[in-house]
Write a protein that binds this ligand. Structure first.
Ligand SMILES: NC(=O)c1ccc[n+]([C@@H]2O[C@H](COP(=O)([O-])OP(=O)(O)OC[C@H]3O[C@@H](n4cnc5c(N)ncnc54)[C@H](O)[C@@H]3O)[C@@H](O)[C@H]2O)c1
Length: 325
């Protein structure tokens, strides 16, 4: 059985490709390398192509039994400044992929959704019943694609899993791949770079949130745990179950200050940082209720925040050594 991993040269897609291979599945990567990296796809067959290229995509889909769709732009701030880019890539590109999947006779689509579909909920933890109320074009683009999947299932019987990730973090335990975004928007790699002295001082956006220590709380979910959920989601659909949407998170929130102390514990170094004003649009807390994923898929996270910080640190140090820094 072969899985087409669209966006497989990116952070979460490349980790999932490895987990799929470990589960005995064949992987074909399709990526335009716009934010991904060739070395993350090393050891896999990769077609360099864009999701808008329906002809190329159709050929790749015809060779595959299911598709996992990771390809998207995903910077909230950028989506506010340049919504056109987000609707073009995440919505138009997504629909191009869905139409090619229909034409190829693909039966299953696993989609990288996000907690951004919820906007700024006041009640934690967040269950899947919470309404979709996105507050930025990135979140809107993901809600659109979720709804397109629902319509295509209703009309054409295309089975899907919408997996709403919370904050992905960590790296493959083998140290071969890890998080690689340019620019890097995520707290853990930025804090590690600051601690290691190969990134600038970390900016902490706001210490006056209504949270116990005043900093924002997020649900940091290990990337390999996330990848493993994709295998379970696919197996669930292949067993003949209906399409579904689930949160993928740990169910536990960590504040920015708690993340910084974990980074300091793991690295044995201080994280140079300065407190700056809040960023517009950052909700105080986003924490998943992962009960549905446990009940439906028998999935829960196995790796702690400390495990994620340790694997990310190991990978980052290796990158620095390779770069001769
Ligand atoms: N990183 C997170 O914490 C997080 C959280 C929630 C949801 N997500 C979602 O997970 C998915 C993967 O995120 P990531 O962090 O791995 O991002 P990433 O940027 O590392 O990976 C995305 C990959 O898709 C490819 N791509 C983008 N547009 C393409 C196009 N038009 N055609 C072909 N390939 C294209 C990129 O080159 C890249 O390899 C995204 O859909 C994102 O919205 C990520």
């Amino acid at each position: 059985m072969r899985i087409l991993v669209v966006g497989g040269a990116g952070y979460i897609g490349s980790h999932t490709a490895r987990v799929l291979r470990r589960a005995g599945l064949e992987v074909l990567i399709y990526d335009n390398l716009s934010t991904g990296f060739e070395f993350l796809a090393k050891g896999f067959e990769m077609i360099v192509g864009d999701v808008h290229d329906s002809k190329k995509l159709l050929e790749a889909l015809k060779r595959s039994d299911a598709v996992m769709h990771f390809a998207a732009n995903h910077y909230v701030g950028e989506s506010m400044a340049n919504p056109r880019k987000y609707f073009r890539n995440n919505v138009e590109g997504g629909i191009s992929l869905l139409n090619a999947a229909l034409d190829a006779g693909t039966k299953y689509v696993i989609f990288s959704s996000t907690c951004s579909v919820y906007g700024s909920p006041e009640k934690m933890p967040i269950t899947e019943e919470y309404p979709r109320l996105p507050v930025n074009p990135y979140g809107i683009s993901k809600v659109f694609f979720e709804q397109a999947l629902e319509s295509y299932d209703f009309a054409y019987g295309l089975k899907y899993a919408s997996l709403r990730y919370f904050n992905a973090c960590g790296a493959d335990e083998g140290g071969e791949i890890g998080e690689c975004h340019e620019p890097e928007p995520h707290l853990i790699p930025l804090a590690l770079r600051a601690a290691g002295g190969f990134g600038g001082e970390l900016q902490v956006y706001g210490t006056d949130y209504p949270t116990p220590d005043g900093t924002c709380i997020r649900d940091y979910t290990n990337v390999v745990d996330l990848a493993e959920a994709h295998v379970k989601a696919l197996q669930h659909l292949m067993a003949g179950n209906p399409s579904f949407t689930v949160n993928l998170g740990t169910g536990e929130g960590s504040s920015v200050k708690q993340v910084l102390s974990t980074v300091e514990e793991v690295t044995g170094k201080k994280v140079p940082h300065k407190i700056v004003p809040r960023r517009p649009g950052d909700p105080p807390a986003l924490v998943a209720d992962p009960t549905k994923a446990r009940q439906l898929l028998n999935w829960k996270t196995k790796r702690s925040l400390r495990d994620s910080v340790s694997t990310a640190w190991k990978w980052m140090q290796k990158q620095q050594t390779l770069a001769g820094v």
